[in-house]
Write a protein that binds this ligand. Structure first.
Ligand code: PMP
Length: 331
């Protein structure tokens, strides 16, 4: 428990994050916009919840035994959660990771003793994709493959923790906005909250280079372009995503995301990662379209901006992507 007076463990510190009211955006829109501060998890991201749930599930099923090794394909945050909790519980952690992620994540993994195998960015159909590489390593060595994409211990974490926390903290919720990586978050949270608030509207937000927007709109996974966001965007329907209850989808580019990232830092003192900025931008756009309605809109602040400073606060990197470092346009 975060507020406990007793000593604790990293394991027991996962979850129970604050729900922050985003004052600047609530004022601008006449809605109530809230972000769940998932960067306050001990591994500093929402994926600590999935990592804990997948380890607990594997231990309960006898798939992971003392001294064992966990292997996972990850954009980084699930690996960080597994490395952190694995270290605490005495497991070795091996991660396969695409080689274009923010260097901060590789550094954190290495510091926690994870064995990081960087792989080139290739389409999912290529056996060299980080997902297939993790599965192969598990098969070769007899390691436990967490498999966050298809392992529904992932979405179960959000059904049993993130969803109930949001309902209790927000009281009433009209709209949930969430990006999709594995789909664990949107699946678990949407299923829990729809049962609590039957009129809830669930909106998926998708970056360039991902097929989720077109899948929700047309039933076909199509995409164009690419994005500097990390940990989100996918071109297939995972077992976790398949159980999500989604009403609508929006699509946003990196410039719109970056403007919200800069706005939140400057106006609210809230320095969030790229997926969180995308989430909040979509929540804000919805609120602007329903200005003055007082609707209660919640989203996830999946991780902290400090994990991406080498990219989002790096003028050379931004220029190479034709991105402009500025906040929201004046109103
Ligand atoms: N944001 C970040 C920063 C992430 O690392 C992830 C997980 N890949 C997500 C969002 C998406 O969460 P989920 O896998 O639950 O869809």
């Amino acid at each position: 428990m975060r507020t406990s007076n007793r000593t604790s463990t990293l394991w027991d510190s996962v979850g129970n994050t604050p729900l922050l009211r985003i004052a600047s955006l609530s004022k601008l829109t006449g809605c109530e916009i809230f972000g769940k501060a998932e960067f306050m998890n001990p591994g500093a991201s929402i994926k600590d919840r999935a990592a804990k749930s997948m380890i607990a599930g594997a231990e309960a099923r006898g798939e992971l035994t003392p001294g064992g090794t966990i292997v996972e394909g990850t954009a980084g945050n699930t690996g960080i959660g597994l490395a952190m909790l694995g270290r605490e519980r005495g497991y070795k952690v091996v991660v396969t990771m695409p080689d274009n992620q923010a260097r901060e994540k590789y550094e954190l993994l290495a510091a926690m003793g994870a064995d990081v195998r960087k792989v080139a960015v290739v389409p999912f159909s290529n056996p060299k994709h980080f997902f297939h590489q993790a599965r192969e390593l598990a098969a070769q060595h007899g390691w436990y493959w967490a498999n966050q994409f298809e392992n529904v211990d992932n979405s179960a974490a959000h059904f049993t923790t993130t969803g109930p926390e949001l309902a209790a903290q927000a009281g009433h919720i009209d709209v949930l906005v969430s990006a999709v990586g594995t789909g664990g978050t949107i699946a678990g949270v949407s299923r829990y909250l729809k049962a609590q608030f039957p009129a809830l509207k669930v909106i998926a937000v998708d970056p360039d280079g991902s097929g989720i927007y077109s899948y929700i709109k047309t039933g076909e996974l199509k995409c164009a372009g690419s994005s500097i966001t990390e940990g989100i965007g996918i071109m297939r329907v995972t077992a976790n995503f398949a159980t999500a209850l989604i009403d609508d989808a929006v699509h946003l580019g990196d410039q719109a995301m970056l403007e919200m990232l800069y706005h939140l830092a400057a106006e609210d003192g809230l320095v969030v990662g790229t997926s969180a900025a995308l989430n909040v931008r979509a929540a804000y756009d919805y609120a602007m379209a329903h200005r003055g309605s007082g609707q209660r809109i919640v989203t996830l602040l999946c991780d902290h901006g400090s994990r991406y400073t080498s990219k989002v606060f790096n003028p050379e990197f931004l220029a190479s992507k034709q991105l402009v470092a500025r906040g929201l346009p004046a109103h």
